[in-house]
Design a protein around this ligand. Structure first.
Ligand code: ADP
Length: 697
């Protein structure tokens, strides 16, 4: 419309126009629509050919724009807007908050400095620029252009200013509305990301939800998430959302490469509005993904102060990133950090749980779990196989129906188990066919998910029981059939020896000695077997006497002289100072020491030395035997004193595992202790203590 020559007419037109403008603006809230309408109306009313409005935020940054030329709308990148604002006419208007009429742009410094005059390089033009203000606050700049110099006059300028004044409040409202919309989206995203984290512990689900929230909140085309690998050398893409392109998940890049690599290495957020102009940007990923990155915002994901990954948002759908988008991304990055850590912890907990289940299921011993009333809660595979009872049948039972419960051991109402100690006793496990399997029961309190239960492990001792039966038979046989003839042989030998003269050339005498030693050995063995029976039955030591430790050691060393000799092992007595007498059964203690010495001789390689000694230890004397053998593993150190326990090795001589069991029973019956100090490969030192003689003994 040509500006009217008649002032009244012109005023009427202006008023009508302004009325229309305010009515129209009041109806629209969408910022982009408002801008287009303001621009279109202004251009029509002054006859401009092209024009633009740039909207500014509180900090004076361009956040939105509209650009029309020959009735067509164009999009301006946020980056272009920034350049315009820094160098062009619009910038001058914004800074000065002044309207300006430029009759000939070719003669105006402000226009000439404008670098992005790319739409129309036809030379001299005329232009009008006005600030858009609302309640003294600058909300934007409108620039109108006509290709002929001198086209606009002061009336036009005044009209555009009036429109701008009217538009100010509408643009501010629309801007605030857009801003509040965005904030609402962001708050929802942060809140829902936090909710997603608590809702699920499945890492993949958590990550996908977080990315969806970001996509929605920042209105971007794509969001990627990459984690730093365990060596800290690479980033691995773990999740992506948004673009319909080939998957990025699983892709790895070097730390420090590209914007995500830069962020991961430096621990700082980064934002670029023109990726290809940013030296940190790496176009390789774009090529791989068949994607074109325009703008990117990337924030570190932190957990316990360490950068464990990055979140990257690409290509805002409308205009550019808002100034606080990076802060939002960083905040969600912080949430993602704890989510990832929780999910990882949960995963390792699950794995530990699974390992425990596997151990439980694959155990070679039947294991049962009951509550504190004895009701069965769980049974492993071997428990089902051994008892012949299937899961549901087992679950209906009480532990007391499955085996002979030792009330003495567990206490009334399982009271002895409250302290958490392992309680063990011999019993028998019932099977569905009515059989009974001899077992050693180990029961203790356990916690499952903070609830306390009882765990029952059954060790099948059928073999030990069979050996015990054999031993009982053997003992009965010794008692009834061997003891008397053996005693006869010993006394006859004594008589026989007295028939030979002292100097028979040693031949007969030495043969007699061999017979004596062998018979002595058989006697020792039979005596120890009978002792085991007696001691196990709890009979006390009968014939105690005062014994000089030195004598005990001398006797025992004499007793093994020939075995040591035949194996080429030297037995050395050391460390025997002045010691008090001990109080005990001399024969039994001698057999204990001989047992230890014989074991030591058996395990010490020929040519090496076995040491034996004794030293005071409080109210006890501590005897010890140190060998140069292979030593004993820590896990065997306690068990070797158990009945029938043998360390099975290649080429090992098979014994009954009774020697050390006898030693323990004998020493403990005296009120002493027996133990071994050893490391594999460094020999073993067996020790035992015997109480010293007291005044009133
Ligand atoms: P056995 O009478 O069958 O030899 P013991 O009760 O004497 O049984 O010993 C139990 C286990 O301890 C045996 O398997 C044996 O291998 C191991 N052992 C005993 N003494 C020593 C030692 N001095 N060095 C290494 N191993 C030993």
């Amino acid at each position: 419309m040509e500006p009217s020559a008649n002032p009244d007419e012109s005023a009427r037109t202006s008023l009508e126009l302004l009325y229309n403008i305010s009515r129209e603006f009041a109806a629209a809230l969408d910022l982009h629509t408002v801008l287009q309408r303001v621009l279109k109306l202004s251009m029509e009313n002054v006859g401009a050919v092209s024009g633009s409005i740039i909207v500014l935020d509180d900090a004076g940054q361009a956040i939105e724009s509209a650009f029309l030329m020959h009735g067509k709308a164009y999009d301006q990148s946020v980056l272009n807007l920034r350049v315009t604002l820094e160098n062009g006419l619009a910038g001058w208007v914004a800074r000065q908050r002044q309207a300006v009429l430029v009759p000939d742009t070719s003669r105006d410094e402000r226009w000439l400095r404008r670098p992005d005059d790319q739409f129309d390089r036809t030379g001299a033009k005329s232009a009008v620029g006005v600030p858009i203000l609302s309640r003294d606050q600058l909300v934007g700049v409108m620039t109108l252009v006509h290709p002929s110099p001198g086209f606009f006059n002061v009336d036009n300028l005044a009209l555009v200013r009036s429109i701008a004044d009217q538009a100010g409040i509408a643009i501010l409202n629309a801007r605030l509305y857009a801003e509040s919309q965005r904030r609402a989206r962001v708050m929802t995203a942060v809140a829902e990301s936090a909710a997603a984290i608590t809702e699920s512990l499945d890492l993949d689900v958590v990550l996908r939800r977080i990315l969806d929230q970001i996509l929605h909140a920042l209105r971007v085309e794509a969001v990627l998430l990459a984690l730093v690998d365990t060596h800290g050398a690479e980033l691995e893409y773990r999740a992506a959302t948004g673009f319909p392109i080939r998957s990025v998940v699983g892709l790895r890049t070097k730390l420090g490469k590209g914007i995500p690599g830069w962020v991961a290495r430096n621990g700082l957020g980064a934002m670029t509005l023109d990726a290809y102009q940013d030296p940190r940007f790496d176009p390789d990923l774009d090529q791989w993904l068949h994607f074109h990155t325009r703008a990117a915002a990337c924030a570190p994901i932190r957990s316990q102060g360490k950068v464990i990954g990055v979140l990257e948002a690409l290509n805002p759908v409308e205009g550019g990133f808002a100034t606080d988008d990076l802060a939002v991304l960083t905040e969600i990055g912080g949430l993602a950090g704890s989510a990832i850590r929780h999910a990882q912890l949960y995963e390792s907990l699950q794995a530990a749980h699974q390992r425990y289940r596997d151990l439980f299921q694959d155990s070679i011993n039947p294991i049962l779990v009951t509550d504190w009333s004895g009701k069965l809660i769980e049974a492993n595979r071997i428990a089902e196989q051994t008892t012949g009872l299937r899961g549901s049948m087992l679950q209906a039972l009480n532990i007391a129906e499955l085996h002979m419960l030792d009330e003495n051991a567990v206490g009334p109402g399982f009271i002895n188990l409250h302290a958490g100690e392992i309680v063990s006793y011999e019993s028998s496990l019932n099977t569905v066919e009515g059989g009974e399997i001899p077992v050693q029961v180990f029961v203790r309190r356990i916690l499952i998910d903070k609830v306390s239960y009882l765990q029952w492990i059954f060790d099948d001792i059928t073999e030990q029981k069979n050996l015990d039966v054999q031993r009982h038979d053997l003992i009965a046989m010794i008692y009834h059939d061997l003891r008397a003839p053996l005693a006869n042989i010993v006394s006859s030998l004594d008589v026989l020896t007295s028939f030979f003269p002292e100097d028979d050339g040693q031949s007969i005498k030495s043969i007699m000695k061999i017979i004596e030693r062998s018979v002595g050995r058989i006697q020792r063995l039979t005596d120890s077997l009978l002792d085991i029976n007696r001691l196990e039955a709890g009979q006390p030591i009968g014939n105690r006497q005062a014994i000089a430790p030195q004598d005990l050691i001398n006797d025992a060393v004499d007793g093994v002289y020939w075995s040591a000799q035949s194996r080429g092992v030297k037995v050395e007595k050391v460390d025997i100072g002045q010691l008090p007498d001990v109080w005990g059964d001399a024969d039994m203690l001698r057999r204990v020491l001989i047992n230890l010495l014989e074991n030591g001789i058996k395990f010490t390689p020929g040519g090496l030395t076995l040491e034996v000694g004794a030293r005071p230890s409080g109210a006890m004397v501590q005897f010890w035997v140190r060998d140069a053998g292979p030593g004993i593993a820590p896990e065997d150190a306690v068990r070797i004193f158990d009945k029938h326990f043998r360390i099975i090795k290649e080429n090992s001589v098979r014994g009954f595992g009774l020697g050390l069991a006898f030693c323990r029973l004998a020493v403990e019956a005296h009120g002493g202790k027996i133990w071994v100090d050893s490391k594999l490969g460094e020999g073993a030192t067996f020790n035992f203590t015997v109480p010293v003689q007291k005044e009133n003994d």
